[in-house]
Structure formats: structure tokens, C-alpha cells
Design a protein around this ligand. Structure first.
Ligand code: 1GP
Length: 229
């Protein structure tokens, strides 16, 4: 099985967005470590199946980041379940999970299901609006959420999500330095190799999303962070 802790770079593809075969081929044939399929709006059974079947032709790990029950299906290597720790709406902490467990709990393979302590930090992002995330966090809040992830819930991953904007690396560092066990994913606004390097210096795994759709050439360059390792 794949070892997520070795992943340095992943691309996140949004099933609600169009990508042509040529660009998808380049993304999947790059040296990236994995593809995550996930998005906030308009994630449907149809568009997830479509994208999954296109990416499945390539020999790299494929993850579904669960955003709703309707678009959750078998066929992925892993299922990432974001538990949005800084949302006051329990739906996004464990509410969707509750429904998933009621429906699929008896047949879920928990080795494939990875729970993430998820912090949403860009107030203007769709995910922040949807989850009503409390994004105005001080370093001590971040550290406490890191402890919560690591020592209370014992999630294997903490995901720092700045979707749409490049984040404050000092906040990512505060999380990283507090965590003893959990692996740090960083995603948000990586739009060049320099952003990718800056994020990869702090986080264990960087996630490149929008750039795939905005400038595929630049997106492919971000994989170069792996050359030093
Ligand atoms: C989004 O963290 C990912 O969930 C990546 O963010 O789309 O801003 O690259 P961007």
C-alpha cells in the first residue's frame, strides 16, 4: 500500500472543473506523488465517476476527499475525511461522517479512510463561507488545534487549508512544530515554484489545486520541489 507520509507533492483536481486529456495526462505523468479528487461546490456522483475513471488509467495513488455523501463511491485508494475543526457547524466536523457511518459503516475499510484535522484559514474561500469557519486565528489557536489533532483526536493528518490564497507560513510552522505525530498538508494559492518551495520548507506535503486550471505549465513546475529529496 502507499505510504502517505512519503508524499511531498499532490495535485488536487476539482471534479466540477474541466480539464482536457492532454493536460490531465501531463499532470498524471508528472512526478507528483498522488492525485486528490475534491472540491467544494457541485461535486456530484457523475462528475466524480468521470474524473476517477480518467485518472485511474495512471499508476499513481488516487484519493477522494469527501465533501458529500452522494459523490462518495468505491474505487479509490484512500478516502480523506476533512473534520473542519474551526467550523462551528457540527455538519462539517462530524455530521457528514455520522451519515456516512450510518449508511456505509458496516462495509468501510478503515485502513483506507484517513481522518484529517482540517483548518480553513482563508475567509474568502468557498469552503470558509460554506463551513462558516472561524478563520481569525492567532498562533496560540493554531497550536491548540494542532494539539487537538495530534493528542486528542489522534488524526494522522493536519490539513492547513488556505484555498485560493497563499497562506501565512508562520502559522503553518506553528502547527508543524507543535505536532509530534500528525503529518502536515498545506494547500492554498501555490502559483509558482517559489511558492511551492516556501510551502514545502514548512509542510510535509503541499497541495496544488487551482493552478492546474489556470496555468498548467506553472503547475507542472511545482513538482520540482521533489528534486532536492
Ligand atoms: C484546495 O488546498 C487546495 O483545497 C489547494 O488550494 O486551489 O488554492 O491551490 P488552491
Amino acid at each position: 500500500m502507499y505510504d502517505i507520509k512519503k508524499w511531498k507533492h499532490v495535485f488536487k483536481l476539482d471534479p466540477a472543473k474541466m480539464i482536457n486529456d492532454e493536460d490531465l495526462d501531463k499532470i498524471c505523468m508528472s512526478e507528483t506523488d498522488a492525485i486528490i479528487i475534491g472540491g467544494t461546490d457541485n461535486v456530484t456522483e457523475d462528475n466524480v465517476i468521470q474524473l476517477m475513471s480518467r485518472v485511474r488509467r495512471y499508476p499513481l495513488p488516487l484519493v477522494l476527499e469527501i465533501s458529500n455523501l452522494e459523490s462518495t463511491m468505491p474505487g479509490f485508494d484512500f478516502y480523506f475525511v476533512p473534520m473542519v475543526l474551526n467550523s462551528p457547524d457540527v455538519t462539517y466536523q462530524n455530521g457528514i461522517l455520522l451519515e456516512a457511518l450510518k449508511e456505509y459503516g458496516h462495509m468501510m475499510d478503515f485502513d483506507e479512510v484517513i481522518f484529517q484535522g482540517y483548518l480553513v484559514l482563508n475567509p474568502d474561500s468557498k469552503v470558509a463561507v460554506k463551513t462558516q469557519a472561524q478563520t481569525n486565528l492567532e498562533t496560540e489557536d493554531i497550536e491548540a488545534y494542532a494539539l487537538m489533532t495530534d493528542k486528542v483526536y489522534r488524526f494522522p493528518i493536519m490539513y492547513i487549508e488556505y484555498s485560493g490564497t497563499f497562506g501565512d507560513m508562520e502559522k503553518v510552522r506553528a502547527a508543524k512544530e507543535t505536532l509530534e505525530e500528525a503529518h502536515v498538508f498545506y494547500g492554498g494559492g501555490i502559483s509558482s515554484i517559489n511558492d511551492a518551495k516556501a510551502a514545502a520548507e514548512v509542510a510535509d506535503t503541499i497541495v496544488v489545486g487551482n493552478l492546474v486550471y489556470e496555468d498548467v505549465k506553472q503547475a507542472l513546475k511545482t513538482v520540482k520541489i521533489k528534486e532536492k529529496s
